[in-house]
Design a protein around this ligand. Sequence first.
Ligand SMILES: [Cu+2]
Length: 141
Amino acid sequence: MRILSTALLLAVTGCASNIPANMAGPAAIGAVDWAKATTVEVHLGDFHFHPETLRFNAGAPVALVLINTGGTEHKFVAPRFFAEAVIKPGQARPGVDGITLKAGERTRIDLAPTRPDTYGLECTEMLHSMLGMSGSIVVVP
Ligand SMILES: [Cu+2]
């Protein structure tokens, strides 16, 4: 009985992490060849993402370049997408607050999407999503 309850406890606590329970870990994909990354540029403007819909192939590495072309701070927030992606070793996995860019700032993150699905994208700065800063990320097999 003690063994069983220990196993149950491990099963329960094993799920605990900083990733919300409704977000599974990255789906298994083969080794990622980072040298083959395709550069995809996304502009964060006042108040839009351009492009508004990003399309990626599961398993294919992407150098995602984010550029704030607007006059105010913007965020690239896609927690479910980032939770499912393989992030290039040495780079930080964006959390629920996504990636923040000051006006004129640019950044890059290298990742390989895994699980095919449609993921939400938004800027969580006050009212920005309502003003048009929302989009989606479509991952296809
Ligand atoms: Cu914004």
